[in-house]
Design a protein around this ligand. Structure first.
Ligand code: ADP
Ligand code: MG
Ligand code: ZN
Length: 585
């Protein structure tokens, strides 16, 4: 984790301060209100927008954390219109900038972009416009690479700064600065140059998902001294969260049934792991008479926008998509987001599932949790520094049986949380206590023995092979030492996942020119099993247990802490507040 120690002084931003910025009249208030209606055609602000705008207009540096789709852009677009000069906006994707430019054009706000595909003439005109007192544009969108690579741009920024024409800097998707965020982009790391060279320009960083550690990291990287952080309530009370086991590797039938019955005539998204899966699952759904189309990064831009259009206008019901289908989606009545494969992190999951129910109507977010998928994702994120840890958090979210799903997410995002707020809107709260606590020590010894025996003859086993061996399938040599288990496959998988999450197993990657293999090896805690006093308990859903005779597992009373999924329970006395203000040390 990034070090928490920081020499920066602690700004204190209280509830009263927030109220001040939400409610007071400022010299710009009339103009801001008028342009909200006349230019943006909006009748009123959403929570935190007014405070964010007033803070930024007051010259404060600001981090704004708000779920996707709540209207972060307005918080720099409106100030841009009410200030002299122009606002510099850094955004990660050219496609995102183009969406915004199109929108701004439609409401007659002059905005331009400088990126790798700008023509010479455009660049020249824009660079000249930056230092033109008549400000031919109010917003200038650039990619971070442009800042990093173009000395010419930097010199013009300095000049505009000295002329008082650089009103504000907005860093969109600011979590991209930090490698602890879910979408690290190396060029964002270099953006500290802006505050170092242009210290008096107020900066606003915007993101939908960032833990306080990530924000601290962004603050350091951007060289922002004392930002105010505004965090919109992250809870989405209208979303129902559920995790289902994939009992055989294919859950398409279940998904098709849900779409045909529960979500009849309603729009939704099915997220899948790969481009190939997008094609395959879309075809499988079509065969089951569902209007579905695939969407992935490798499609022609025109095909992509056609699928998007058809879906937005309800000509098709479902988009079967990779994560490429995300930024820029602005459909309010998405009634379901089903994950055919788990996400690679909780941040990703929150963002992807969060595309449901933006109209505040109820919507379902269902993950299909499959054993094999864990390892597919694991090898995919093998190059990312924090990839395995993030995946493990996501797996723990799915494996969890006794903690509210919202609480799991709240803990992950460092949110204060009070369990009642879920309001039975997750499977755990709704079917609480549908689990038993089992002593799995004996099972753990058996399955560890399988891996140990293989490694003693220099053989590596994939998780699937370990399951097979334990269940009495595959080559007999792998189970010489142990008895074939009478547990079901789902139980076997659950136990292996538990042992992996808790350090009895760990991942052992092996690279070939074409693919990366995931093998199981003994983890740092495996040796503890040699100790006859050591015991391991885990909580398992009863539904998983249904295939076998439950007498094989002892229902042992365990002390509360032993099998708890990672994360601390937030103090019960702390209640989450509707509008929360966080300040960064
Ligand atoms: P974000 O960047 O937070 O994901 P956007 O800035 O792209 O969200 O805005 C999402 C949508 O919300 C846009 O269609 C925008 O017009 C709309 N929006 C923003 N502010 C308001 C408001 N105060 N009232 C109604 N709609 C709004
Ligand atoms: Mg945005
Ligand atoms: Zn709950």
């Amino acid at each position: 984790q990034p070090s928490g120690s920081s020499k920066l002084s602690k700004p204190s931003f209280s509830k009263q301060d927030l109220q001040h910025y939400e409610e007071s009249d400022f010299s710009w208030s009339k103009e801001v209100q008028a342009k909200l209606c006349s230019v943006f055609q909006l009748s009123k602000f959403r929570p935190l927008q007014r405070a964010a705008i007033n803070l930024s207009m007051s010259g404060k540096d600001l981090f704004l954390v708000m779920p996707t789709g709540r209207g972060k852009s307005l918080c720099y677009q409106l100030p841009a219109l009410c200030s002299n000069g122009f606002t510099l906006v850094i955004a990660p994707l050219v496609s995102l900038m183009e969406d915004q430019l199109m929108y701004l054009k439609s409401v007659n706000v002059p905005a331009v972009t400088l990126n790798a595909s700008s023509t010479k003439e455009d660049s020249k005109r824009i660079l000249a416009g930056m230092i033109d007192k008549n400000s031919p544009f109010k917003l200038l969108y650039v990619t971070p690479e442009k800042i990093a690579k173009s000395k010419l741009l930097m010199s013009k920024l300095e000049k505009a700064y000295n002329m008082g024409l650089l009103a504000r800097i907005a860093v969109d998707e600011v979590h991209c600065c930090s490698q602890w965020g879910h979408d690290f982009r190396p060029d964002y790391k270099l953006l500290g140059i802006l505050k170092r060279q242009l210290p008096k320009v107020p900066l606003v960083g915007l993101t939908a998902t960032a833990t306080s550690n990530v924000l601290k990291d962004c603050q350091k990287i951007l060289c922002v001294q004392e930002p105010v952080t505004l965090t919109a309530p992250f809870n989405r009370p209208n979303l129902y969260y559920e995790v289902r086991f994939k009992d055989n590797e294919d859950c398409t039938d279940q998904i098709a049934q849900l779409i045909r019955e529960r979500y009849k005539n309603q729009s939704g998204i099915v997220y899948v792991f790969s481009q190939k899966d997008a094609e395959v699952v879309a075809t499988d759904l079509q065969k089951r008479n569902i209007l579905a189309q695939p969407y992935h990064a490798n499609m022609e831009p025109s095909d992509k926008s056609q699928v998007h259009q058809q879906w937005a206008s309800k000509k098709i019901q479902v988009v079967v998509a990779t994560v490429a289908f995300g930024m820029g989606i602005d459909k309010a009545d998405v009634r379901f987001v089903i994950h055919h494969t788990i996400s690679k992190s909780i941040e990703n999951y929150y963002q992807e599932s969060g595309r449901a129910g933006r109209d505040d109507g109820s919507a379902d977010c269902i993950v299909f949790f499959g054993f094999g998928d864990i390892f597919r994702i694991s090898t995919m994120v093998v190059m990312e520094n924090t990839g395995q840890q993030k995946l493990q958090n996501m797996v723990a979210y799915c494996q969890n049986v006794d903690r509210c799903r919202r609480a799991m997410m709240a803990i992950h995002f460092d949110e204060v949380w009070n369990d009642e707020e879920c309001n039975q809107m997750c499977d755990v709260c709704r079917h609480g206590n549908d689990y038993i606590t089992m002593d799995i020590t004996k099972y753990a010894r058996d399955v560890v023995t399988i891996v140990e025996a293989a490694s003693s003859v220099d053989e590596k086993l994939t998780p699937l092979k370990v399951c097979d061996a334990w269940l009495g399938k595959g080559p007999a040599k792998h189970r010489k030492m142990i008895k074939v288990t009478s547990l079901s496959r789902l139980e076997v998988e659950s136990i292996i996942i538990h042992l992996l999450l808790h350090g009895y197993f760990s991942e052992d990657f092996s690279f070939t020119p074409y693919t990366t293999h995931f093998y199981l090896k003994l983890g740092r805690k495996a040796a503890l099993l040699k100790n006859s006093n050591h015991s391991i308990t885990m909580k398992m859903r009863r539904r998983v247990m249904s295939h076998t005779t439950v007498k094989k597992v002892s229902e042992s009373p365990v002390e509360k802490s032993s099998a708890k999924v990672q994360g601390k329970r937030p103090a019960d006395d702390k209640k989450s507040v509707a509008k929360k203000v966080k300040t960064l040390p």
